[in-house]
Design a protein around this ligand. Structure first.
Ligand SMILES: NC(=O)C1=CN([C@@H]2O[C@H](COP(=O)(O)OP(=O)(O)OC[C@H]3O[C@@H](n4cnc5c(N)ncnc54)[C@H](O)[C@@H]3O)[C@@H](O)[C@H]2O)C=CC1
Ligand SMILES: O=C([O-])CC(=O)C(=O)O
Length: 328
């Protein structure tokens, strides 16, 4: 018997990430090749944006995706999020050259208050929310705080792009396939302060740290390359990453919904006090997903350098939260 369709809301649906994301959701890459979806697409109430959204929907229609069970255009989150099972909050302003993501808080923060409230009012009580719009961790925190009737754990921020970037750098350094790397993680904020950590990573059972055996490379090449990759892409493309961001959003939601098969992945999630990160801080942690839930990998040992890096990224997040506390 075929499965009942699930509702997937995507905001910023006519933007660059939206264009790289929607076709993959509709083809079953996110929720499985047997799971029909209804797309509930939100764009700003602006003639040009709504017209562009109609164009994207025409293209979706022209793909004749067997799993696309329905599609709606919205300009109000209160209708876009009605009964939604999954919400991908992409819509917001991207940064340009020379900006940091935190500078977007002033323009983007308010979006996530309105959208958090709308999710609180009309979404499925089990909705799984992924915030992509920057600064992603703090926007996810704002949305979570604006939705007091939904479980906190349903709100997540995207650090999967950082995780994937770290995987590719390790694969290039070791000459081993990306798929062979396990137990990598990225701690903290989706910003240059993030701490990509391969101390526990293995390839075919062998320690990646021992294989690389180069702490100078870790500190002077690996960490800055992963941490500043977004800016490097803006510098090269003139626009921020889109296809790789959409790909990471698919990976994040797929693993959360369908499981990570025992593999560690990185998700930005509200802390429950793990690793001394204050409760509710939206922080990148290593997790394993199973049965529609994520579970933090606990008990990992910390050395002085890791403690220092985690303190830096935590302070940045707490400062971002403090800057918007009056709004939530
Ligand atoms: N967390 C991550 O790893 C990444 C996050 N991003 C962030 O994703 C966001 C979107 O990036 P792009 O798609 O490249 O930008 P874009 O400018 O191409 O598209 C954004 C779309 O969102 C729409 N929008 C703005 N406010 C909205 C609202 N309140 N409700 C619904 N739609 C709204 C705009 O009309 C536009 O069509 C940016 O904030 C960007 O910085 C980008 C890459 C990676
Ligand atoms: O750098 C940006 O502004 C877009 C982004 O978050 C990324 O590519 O990681």
């Amino acid at each position: 018997m075929s499965k009942k369709p699930v509702r997937v809301a995507v905001t910023g649906a006519a933007g660059q990430i939206g264009y790289a994301l929607l076709f993959r959701i509709a083809s079953g890459e996110m929720l499985g090749k047997d799971q029909p979806v209804i797309l509930q697409l939100l764009e700003i109430p602006d003639e040009k944006a709504q017209k562009a959204l109609k164009g994207v929907m025409m293209e979706l229609e022209d793909c004749a995706f067997p799993l696309l069970a329905g599609m709606e255009a919205h300009s109000d989150p209160m209708t876009a999020f009605k009964d939604t099972d999954y919400a991908l909050l992409v819509g917001s302003r991207p940064r340009g050259p020379g900006m940091e993501r935190a500078e977007l808080l002033a323009v983007n923060g308010a979006i996530f208050i309105a959208q958090g409230k709308a999710l609180n009012a009309v979404a499925s009580r089990n909705v799984k929310v992924l915030v992509v719009g920057n600064p992603a961790n703090t926007n996810a925190w704002i949305a979570m705080k604006s939705a007091p009737d939904l479980p906190r754990k349903n709100f997540t921020a995207m650090l999967r792009l950082d995780h994937n970037r770290a995987l590719s750098q390790i694969a290039a350094k070791t000459g081993k396939p990306v798929s062979s790397i396990e137990k990598l993680c990225v701690w903290g904020n989706h910003s240059p302060t993030m701490y990509a950590d391969y101390r526990f990573a293995t390839i075919e059972g062998q320690s990646v740290k021992e294989m690389i055996n180069d702490e100078t490379w870790n500190r002077e090449v690996f960490l800055p390359t992963v941490g500043k990759r977004g800016a490097a892409i803006i510098e090269a493309r003139g626009l921020s990453s889109a296809a790789s961001a959409a790909n990471a959003a698919i990976d994040h939601m797929r693993d959360w919904a369908l499981g990570s098969n025992g593999r560690w992945v990185t998700m930005g999630i509200p802390s429950d006090g793990w690793y001394d990160i204050p409760k509710d801080t939206m922080f990148g942690f290593p997790v394993v997903c199973e049965g529609g839930e994520y579970k933090v990998v606990e008990g990992l040992p910390m050395d002085d350098f890791s403690r220092e890096r985690i303190a830096i990224t935590l302070k940045e997040l707490l400062d971002e939260q403090a800057a918007v506390k009056h709004l939530v």
